[in-house]
Design a protein around this ligand. Structure first.
Ligand code: UDP
Ligand code: MG
Length: 174
């Protein structure tokens, strides 16, 4: 049995901050039993953006675009474009960064976030309810899909990302 409390990183992305729906996202988080143990509004530097979206993600990003109907011959070439758009996008304005803590924090936050492509995300999820954007349209327009939140996908990813965005003393165990 795992004794440590599980944590996950959430970012309310720049498009959602611009649309004044921070509160709507936080409300949905607080409706779960997860606790917000760190939170700040901050603008990512180019360095942080490249650490948060590292080159090792390139192929998977290209593959996800293709899986979702964007026609591209080479996932790696497509992934290189997407990662460039992602880094530009995440540095384009302030984000709200949070650490959530609680049992199955990673999985629960992914569940309430919904699928990456908002036009396919399940109703009732943050992405499904709060965005209508689509990966195909976004890729055609040469930008990243506006899907409201980032949420870590695994415990390892969460630990790596939390360390990028927060100092230990900014996190309140509660
Ligand atoms: N993304 C995109 N186009 C794509 C694939 C991904 O714009 O074809 C963006 C999207 O904003 C997504 C982010 O890249 O949230 C990271 O992709 P990942 O596969 O990790 O999705 P997530 O974990 O956010 O659901
Ligand atoms: Mg991801």
């Amino acid at each position: 049995m795992k004794m440590e409390k599980e944590r996950t990183l959430v970012l309310i992305k720049p498009d959602a901050v611009k649309r004044n729906i921070i509160g709507e996202v936080i409300k949905r988080i607080e409706d779960t039993d997860l606790k917000i143990v760190a939170m700040k509004m901050t603008k990512a530097s180019e360095e942080l953006a490249a650490q948060h979206y590292p080159d090792s993600m390139i192929k998977a990003l290209g593959e996800k675009g293709i899986e979702n109907g964007y026609e591209a011959a080479d996932p790696v070439e497509q992934g290189k474009k997407i990662i460039q758009w992602l880094r530009e996008y995440i540095t384009s304005g302030p984000v709200v960064a949070m650490v959530l803590q609680g049992e199955n924090a990673v999985k629960k936050m992914r569940q309430i976030s919904g699928y990456t492509d908002p036009c396919k995300a399940e109703p009732g999820t943050i992405r499904g309810d709060l965005s209508n954007d689509s990966i195909v349209v976004a890729n055609k327009e040469g930008r990243t899909v506006h899907n409201i939140v980032h949420a870590s996908e695994s415990i390892e990813e969460a630990e790596r990302e939390i360390a990028l965005w927060f100092k230990p003393e900014e996190i309140y165990d509660r």
